[in-house]
Design a protein. Sequence first.
Lengths: 289, 234
Amino acid sequence: MKEKEIIASVRCLRHVYADHTEVRLCGLEFRVHRGERVVVLGANGSGKTTLLNHLVGLLRPLEGGVKLFGYEPNRHFEHLRTKIGVVFQNVDEQIIGPTVWDDIAFMPKNMRLAPSEVEERVKRALNLMGIMHLKDKIPHYLSGGEKKKVALAGALVMEPEILVLDEPFNGLDPRSREEILELLVSVNKRTGSAAVVATHDVDLVSAFAETAYVIADGRIVFRGTPKEVFGQVQVLEKAKLKPPALFRLFQDLAREGLPVTPPLSVGEAKQQLQHLLGTVPGQKGKVAE
Amino acid sequence: MDLGYIDNLAYNGKSLMHRASTPVKVALVVVVLGVVVTSQEPRELAGVFLVLGTVFWLSGLPWKELFSLLAYPVLFSLAFALSRLEAGFPVFFTVIAKAATAALGLILLVSTTPYIEVFSLLALVLPQILIDALYLTYRSLFILLGQMSSFVTILHLKAGLAPWTLLRNARSIGGVLGVMFLHSLKMSERMYDVMMLRGYGTGVYFRSTPPRLNSEDWFPCAFMVVILMVVWFL
């Protein structure tokens, strides 16, 4: 099968902040293909945000190369910004408009689109996120999950080709997290835009990512599918992370000789357990002959 | 008492004054300010103050909380009034009454009108850059207030604030304000980044519909007439 076009790449990055904090990200090349869902895994302070800020053109690297759609993002910021949708950690600071509608309309209006097109795009983004009922709300009266959805709608309104999200699940309750996660996957499937998510929450990787990168000690140390990443316990330990509890449990069971393979979802684990215990689905507790 | 409280009153209030259109409420405040600027009569000012107090009462606004805000203008005008004491008590009273009446009029407006409606109206007459600056200041203050409240809670928990320890309290609050200043600098950088990424160029837009009068406007209009009558007859 033909490999999809690479739309973003980061190679051996070095950046020094104003307070002289130096961030290096060498090792493997970071690549995002068109329409791909990518997760960047790393502990706090590992350089995930620095990587994303370079990718969207907010920072210029001292060394290394960053390419987005073939351009250096920092130099061609104005040209690229309609192709990028960004949601940062603190969504409160990202919601600029006086009302939800105004906030989502912020970029189309600033891009001087025709009023009818602005209206249409805002409606589409509101519907995509399922927040039409919030359109007249003032930002500070929204819940954390609603704010995330508004920020996402604001990022999606220009129909970007790549969506960049920094710790999008932080501070959300489990239900809101799941809701946002499902929305992100559905947006990716419906619009075909690539998505890059930086997180330290390994539980979300398998539900979202097609490809995951692991950052440890200033290096991109691993690239693979979620299953491949979780199989690399040493790599994850080096990155101060752990595979999801369910994955670890099945890994231990497999190590003790049980015929199971570490699952990526609860459904997969359930199937294996049913098979292992010989229970018939629908007849709880009954053991098959 | 904070900005959030007033904002909440304005946003969630259901009284006649809350439901009246913004231009008419602003017109009422302009009339009040006009009287404050032109009048030198303590009786007139006291009369207007009482009329505003009646509107407050009829709008179901919390007296205690909102009237406590008058302490600031009264305190500052007191210093000026004391310097004019030789001109007599009526002048002393006039100076203080002017400050209190003007402040009460504005408190009435902001506690019955959501800020976006005020900004939308201002956007019709002020330059976009000024509206953006005012609006973003308001929005930032709101975000910072949340952080400030967390800091004060932490100060309480760590015994940084206690009754009758003025010096220690002042030192603690000073520290918090310093940290808040640094926070606000970082926050403004992040907000600027976001605005750049989201294509900021022409301004923050308000989805304002042209200001329209509505059936509840009789309420502020009636009090506008009462104020003019007070000025005329007193």
